[in-house]
Write a protein that binds this ligand. Structure first.
Ligand SMILES: *Cc1c(COP(=O)(O)O)cnc(C)c1O
Length: 419
């Protein structure tokens, strides 16, 4: 075994070669857990500490590596949390499954509070701190609120979050806000009413409002995901980027990010952007198909299990349509059944466990290939916007249960068809 010199029992101190023992100390049994020891003298002569530490500061391995392109001063205080710089995986199984030249998946569920929304909230609280504003507020039942609560916690005592949610919001989501220490106002009305009340109080009390579609800087935080995709591919951007769409603020951010890079001459073209909506909440798909003027869009009664992309009248509809139209992209709808089926499918192909709204990009990618909206020769990046751990209940609906057995090895062998 490369590098490993020996295994040493933590109880009796006996030493074993790595080939000699597989699990615990043969003398002490299971209490004798084994320490793995290396040839430190040999390592000392081959590894240089200074070469390792270079460029690995949290500042560098986060969205703040692009601070020169963000609307904050160079010495601004930002949350002490690693936001952004999430991995972009080149997945061979996903590539074969979709039948394209190369498929990538960007796992933004790995952000501190579990979604891409952290990028926006981190920037918004940094701007609030610069302006000496102590309270930031938002209305949301989900990831944006959790992100704001988490980012405020990451600022120490500097900033406090006040979150407006409809009293009917799922308890698990309210719990995440309370755990981070936010003040949670449960409004006995709909999300839209909570949104308007939040905005009204921000204006009258001087709080900073993070509401999506109100605050212009959420997009500036979210655009960093596009910077990362470009940099992680050595500035040779993919042909297509697929993004799930609710209010349309994320796809607007992705568009802004690539537009900045084109402006700077760092990339040669902007990828085609394909937005994916849930069929029961797809006003942007209809508007795009009908070639509607954004001013003529009417609110619909949105219904989908993918709560993070449920929006009857998307608040950033203007920029979402622009992102798709200007990049010769597309907007497609997928059913709730397809979204639920996508959760285990994507997880098994890539190892990325996505919440329903995020897994929707897989169903969208499949459909786009089938419709001929994505070429077989295309390099395609799927953006996974939120962690599957956000909504374990929906994930459970997508898979069969485990094997329930009595505590008996022979029965288990039979159940697993070993005999
Ligand atoms: C918010 C969110 C979206 C949609 O973003 P919009 O800006 O509303 O279009 C998609 N997926 C997840 C996980 C989200 O939290």
């Amino acid at each position: 075994m490369a590098n490993v010199l020996k295994l040493k029992c933590s109880v009796c101190g006996r030493e074993f070669s790595p080939d000699e023992v597989q699990y615990t100390c043969p003398v002490d049994g299971q209490i004798g857990t084994l320490d793995v020891l290396y040839d430190y003298d040999a390592l000392k002569s081959t590894i240089d500490r200074d070469a390792l530490s270079h460029e690995l500061s949290m500042w560098q391995t986060s969205m703040w590596r692009y601070k020169a392109l963000l609307p904050i001063s160079p010495d601004a205080t930002v949350p002490d949390l690693r936001v952004g710089y999430t991995p972009l995986y080149a997945s061979s199984k996903l590539t074969v499954d979709l039948g394209v030249r190369q498929a990538y998946i960007k796992d933004d569920g790995l952000n501190p509070t579990g979604s891409l929304k952290d990028r926006a909230s981190a920037l918004v609280v940094a701007r609030a701190a610069e302006a000496n504003i102590e309270i930031v507020s938002t209305a949301s039942t989900g990831n944006a609120a959790a992100a704001l609560a988490g980012m405020c916690a990451g600022m120490g005592d500097a900033i406090h979050a006040i979150i407006f949610v409809p009293a009917s919001a799922p308890e698990a989501k309210i719990a995440q806000l309370l755990v981070y220490g936010a003040t949670v106002v449960l409004v006995e009305a709909s999300y839209d009413v909570a949104f308007d009340l939040c905005y009204e109080l921000c204006l009258s009390e001087g709080w900073y409002c993070r509401n999506t579609g109100i605050n212009p800087y959420t997009v500036e935080g979210k655009k960093t995901v596009a910077y990362e995709i470009a940099e992680q591919l050595a500035w040779d951007v993919p042909d297509v980027v697929i993004v799930s769409v609710g209010d349309g603020n994320i796809i607007a951010g992705v568009h802004k990010g690539f537009s900045d890079l084109l402006e700077l001459g760092w990339i040669e073209r902007i990828p085609r952007l394909i937005g994916v909506q849930a069929e029961g909440s797809s006003p942007l798909v209809s508007a795009w198909q009908k070639g509607l003027d954004v001013r003529d869009m009417q609110p619909i009664d949105a219904h989908t299990i993918a709560d993070s992309i449920s929006a009857g009248l998307p608040r950033d509809r203007s920029r979402a349509l622009r992102a798709v139209r200007e990049t010769s992209g597309a907007l497609i709808a997928v059913t709730d059944a397809e979204i639920i089926a996508s959760i285990p499918r994507l997880a098994r192909l890539t190892g990325v466990f996505a919440e329903p709204a995020a897994a929707a990009v897989y169903a969208g990618a499949q459909r786009a290939v089938k419709l001929g909206l994505i070429d077989k020769e295309a390099r395609v990046a799927l953006l996974s916007t939120g962690s599957g751990l956000k909504d374990v209940k929906r994930a459970q609906e997508s898979v069969a249960g485990g094997l329930r057995v009595p505590p008996d090895a022979q029965t288990i062998r039979r159940a697993l068809h070993l005999i």
